[in-house]
Design a protein around this ligand. Structure first.
Ligand SMILES: *[C@@H]1O[C@H](CO)[C@@H](O)[C@H](O)[C@H]1NC(C)=O
Ligand SMILES: *[C@@H]1O[C@H](CO)[C@@H](O)[C@H](O)[C@H]1NC(C)=O
Ligand SMILES: *[C@@H]1O[C@H](CO)[C@@H](O)[C@H](O)[C@H]1NC(C)=O
Length: 373
């Protein structure tokens, strides 16, 4: 689920609950211990203060309109954290299912879509399980998602297939969708008289993509996409689904960041998108975010952090805005630049993509295929 400010609360633990120096994750330990081998009480206090400072500022980052932004602090990396590394992140398994059988993604194209736009998104999805291309690869990115398993020790499937597609050009449920009416759009797609989308509850998921003139509840305020599951009372089945919107008309500076930048942070410069369509290239990372979370938390009772199951912090939420080594806060981390000036961090079938990293529960920080170490 894409949410705002979610892990800031981890910075508010009382001092007595702050773990000691030796408990810090590997990354943090490396960061501090190279310089300070002996641990004096003063040093320990210093470490705790710095650590607290970093954690307090470390939130999944997007330039949301309702947050205060300040270019000076962005440029000087005051918000910098280190790939989300944090002892405060307690990602837990809550015994529910993960998607262990071949995952099939059925797309519903709501509104008007260009062929060129559909192609970029299809090729991204087709790249997830294709290990033929060079590194850093999209399939390398998926390896972190595959680290999550269920109570029978089966891992998330390595196979992600593009399933069938349905066009809803005539807007069966209007130009403004709510979380509930999204479920009705899915119902229409699986019950259509002509070429309905197939229903196979094992490994079948639905991806609703809305064109740039469609407004969805909370879009741009605090979500660029989300995932959940359908209610049998509306759809007839419990099916995991995700929604991601094209932000071109409403908020490219928020949802297609860093390929577009918001007006409310003057002076910030966008980077060049790798496939010539900033908003679609921005959507790719949000789609990746939702697919990673759908697979590890399809019924919202498997892998998440936080106390509140109605407000779970999932594996991609923890790393939103991090695309490379050193990333955190408002700093994207080290990305790759091609000869044509495009910025990306992984390769897929015939294309380059920029996709956020995801939380790695084995090492306890965000990882991705373009990591430098
Ligand atoms: C931006 O943030 C920096 C550091 O926090 C502060 O010194 C500066 O005054 C702020 N600038 C504005 C315009 O708010
Ligand atoms: C799952 O995908 C793999 C690799 O694409 C394929 O070999 C296998 O037959 C599939 N399994 C099922 C049950 O469809
Ligand atoms: C499956 O999950 C376990 C536990 O996280 C991990 O150690 C193992 O490497 C994973 N297997 C694959 C193929 O990723």
């Amino acid at each position: 689920m894409t949410t705002v400010n979610t892990i800031q609360t981890f910075g508010m633990l009382p001092v007595s609950q702050i773990p000691t120096f030796t408990n810090h994750s590997t990354k943090m330990r490396r960061f501090f211990s190279d310089h300070h081998r002996r641990r004096s009480p003063a040093l320990q206090l210093f470490t705790i203060i710095i650590f607290f400072f970093l954690i307090h500022l470390s939130t999944a980052w997007r330039p949301w309109p309702n947050q205060k932004h300040n270019l000076t602090s962005l440029q000087f990396g005051i918000n910098k954290k280190y790939e989300g590394s944090s002892e405060f992140v307690k990602l837990k398994y809550h015994m529910g299912p993960v998607l262990t059988t071949n995952i099939t993604i059925h797309i519903i194209w709501y509104g008007n879509w260009k062929i060129s736009q559909k192609k970029i998104i299809r090729e991204f999805i087709n790249s997830i399980s294709n290990s033929d291309h060079q590194t850093p690869s999209v399939s390398g990115w998926w390896k972190t998602v595959q680290l999550y398993n269920d109570q029978t020790d089966l891992n998330v499937s390595r196979t992600v297939n593009l399933g069938e597609e349905k066009n809803d050009r005539l807007l069966s449920h209007g130009k403004t969708l709510t979380r509930l009416s999204i479920q009705s759009v899915i119902k229409s797609a699986i019950t259509a008289k002509t070429r309905p989308l197939p229903v196979h509850p094992k490994g079948g998921v639905y991806l609703l993509l809305t064109s740039d003139d469609i407004y969805v509840q909370d879009f741009c305020q605090n979500v660029c996409g989300f995932h959940y599951f359908t209610y049998p009372s509306i759809v007839g089945y419990t099916l995991p689904y995700a929604w991601v919107g094209n932000s071109a008309k409403f908020c490219p500076g928020v949802c297609a960041y860093p390929f577009a930048v918001p007006d409310f942070i003057p002076g910030l410069k966008p980077v060049k998108s790798p496939n010539g369509d900033a908003e679609i290239d921005g959507m790719v990372s949000v789609i990746a975010h939702e697919i990673a979370e759908l697979s590890t938390n399809p019924l919202v009772n498997a892998w998440y952090a936080g106390q509140d199951p109605t407000f779970p912090v999932e594996i991609a939420d923890l790393c939103e805005g991090i695309y490379g080594t050193g990333g955190g806060g408002s700093y994207t981390g080290q990305m790759l630049n091609d000869k044509d000036g495009a910025t990306y961090n992984m390769l897929g079938i015939r294309r380059r993509f920029l996709v956020q990293w995801v939380w790695n529960n084995v090492v306890n920080y965000c990882t991705g295929p373009n990591a430098l170490d």
